[in-house]
Design a protein around this ligand. Structure first.
Ligand code: AMP
Length: 512
């Protein structure tokens, strides 16, 4: 049940649930969950959380495998007015200890396989409650919730109250907790619903993890708010995707999902006949993938851009009236979101010129958890958030309203005093025959400060000649941009969201 005027995100999401709550809301290969199930299970869990009498704003840390029950725990945390803190399932003891120490949650929910070491850490860090929730929906949490009432009045929240803390992946320095309010998440959910044309008869193929902004917020909120069904799979499994795509209308994925679908010859137009939208984000989608996908499936992938601190910022158009989808770009600012590209003096740069991407809007987070200094550094005096990304409006044949992300500013290479943007070189290398993909990094160099180095993955069955490639690059690029060395590798280090981990590559290839 929702309250009139309640800014609690659950009140908004549940306003989209269909009138007939017996319809299927979540389908898994094992079982179906109705909208009544979502309401009831999240109510019992919320009642359990409330019965623990946790202080206002208490954090609920969750490190569990993906399951419908895990999503319901997220919804229950919202309903109880508490703060959800999802943790990547890959995190090991030292990492989890940091999060428990930093966030001081009142409760931690973990997989029963990890119960021993997480309980020990909880004791050490003073986390009072530990429950378990397993991939099959069993565990001490659902057992304890079963005796609670299936009705719960969603707690009244103000727009600025915290709904979630998402820790950034922390590739440089300490991982930071981005504090997201009910307003941040609600405003973005409403904007995306309209912009991507969500309807109640949509069926979302949900294969993303739910400890990250993409799967937890963008995908799940979209379906819940539209009252649309989700087909809920633990991860991308091409076999399963091929089975469920013919019954789906929307899929969201990181670029590697699209690469893997294309690698299977059974992925055809027929498989996609019922689909209306494929969305990609979290990492750059290669132009080659964008083009190959259009050719094979007849669909143009919609690429969008966002981050943990801001949820979604820009999107390629869905409706043709808003423009065409342009590969390699991340589209236009979403309604209500302001984006600027500026130089070091914070003056906007001209279209086609590269600068720092800064943003403002109701979606932009409140700051980093218990890091007021860091928060101050990351916002300009006039309230723009420094995304840490480098980008440009337009450029070449791209219209000026479209943004292209060139990379993270920390990945910018400064060699002998010259700025080198890795993406410019990666695009040239990727277009060379026999190249599958590449990553260009800066590594320490005694003369130049940093030296440009490329790590290149050949296509299956091809061999690459690094010397010949360097000779060819010398024809196409200014000398300071030409890599000092090309390393041929079988693959690039990536995290679970498909992002190339340049910090790992810099370490791996630091000896030039
Ligand atoms: P995260 O907070 O883990 O979601 O990471 C956010 C970062 O991912 C952004 O700041 C960008 O650097 C990158 N990112 C997200 N979407 C895209 C995209 N479509 N193209 C390029 N980079 C992206």
């Amino acid at each position: 049940m929702t309250l009139e005027g309640n800014a609690n995100l659950y009140a908004l999401l549940s306003s989209g649930f269909p009138a007939d709550r017996s319809q299927i809301a979540i389908e898994t290969p094992e079982r179906n969950y109705s909208w009544t199930d979502i309401d009831d299970i999240s109510a019992r869990l919320a009642a359990l959380l409330q019965a623990l009498e946790l202080p206002a704003g208490a954090r609920v840390a969750v490190q569990v495998e993906k399951s419908p029950e895990a999503l319901m725990l997220y919804l229950a945390t919202l309903r109880a007015g508490l703060v959800y803190l999802p943790l990547n399932t890959a995190y090991r003891a030292a990492e989890v200890e940091y999060f428990l120490t930093d966030a001081e949650p009142s409760l931690v929910v973990c997989d029963s396989r990890n119960q021993d070491w997480i309980s020990a850490l909880a004791k050490k860090t003073g986390t009072p409650h530990v429950y378990t929730l397993d991939a099959d929906g069993s565990g001490s949490l659902p057992v304890a919730a079963a005796s609670q009432e299936a009705t719960f009045e969603t707690v009244q929240n103000s727009p600025d109250d915290l709904a979630a803390i998402l820790y950034t992946s922390g590739t440089t320095g300490r991982s930071k907790g981005a504090m997201l309010s009910h307003r941040n998440l609600s405003s973005n959910a409403e904007v995306l619903k309209a912009y991507w044309g969500w309807q109640s008869d949509d069926v979302l193929l949900h294969m993303l993890p739910i400890f990250h902004v993409h799967g937890l917020f963008v995908a799940s909120h979209g379906a819940l708010l539209a009252g649309a069904k989700m087909i809920w799979l633990p991860r991308l499994n091409v076999e399963q995707a091929l089975r469920y795509l013919p019954r789906s209308t929307i899929m969201m994925g990181v670029p590697t999902y699209y690469v893997r679908l294309l690698a299977d010859p059974r992925f055809t137009r027929e498989v996609c006949a019922n689909m209306r939208l494929f969305i990609s984000g979290s990492a750059p989608l290669l132009a080659e993938t964008f083009n190959a996908f259009r050719e094979r499936s007849g669909h143009t992938i919609l690429e969008r851009y966002g981050m943990s601190e801001t949820v979604m910022l820009t999107s390629n158009p869905y409706h043709p009236a808003d423009g065409e989808r342009i590969g390699g770009t991340v589209g236009k600012p979403l309604p209500g979101v302001q984006v600027r590209v500026v130089d070091d003096q914070l003056s906007p740069v001209n279209s086609g010129e590269i600068g720092a991407v800064q943003v403002r809007g109701p979606n932009v987070f409140a700051g980093y958890w218990r890091m007021p200094e860091k928060t101050r550094e990351e916002f300009t005096e006039d309230g723009w958030f420094r995304t840490g990304d480098v980008g440009q409006w337009g450029g070449g044949s791209v219209p000026a309203e479209y943004l292209t992300i060139v990379g993270r500013s920390k990945d910018l290479i400064i060699t002998g005093g010259y700025n080198v943007y890795p993406k410019e070189i990666e695009l040239v290398i990727d277009a060379m025959p026999g190249v599958d993909e590449s990553a260009v990094i800066g590594v320490p160099h005694p003369d130049f400060g940093e030296a440009v180095v490329a790590v290149v993955v050949p296509r299956k069955g091809e061999t690459l000649d690094a010397e010949a490639m360097l000779a060819s690059l010398k024809q196409d690029l200014a000398n300071f941009k030409v890599p000092k060395r090309i390393h041929i590798a079988e693959q690039l280090a990536r995290n679970t969201m498909g992002k190339v981990q340049k910090n790992v590559l810099r370490e791996q290839y630091k000896d030039i």
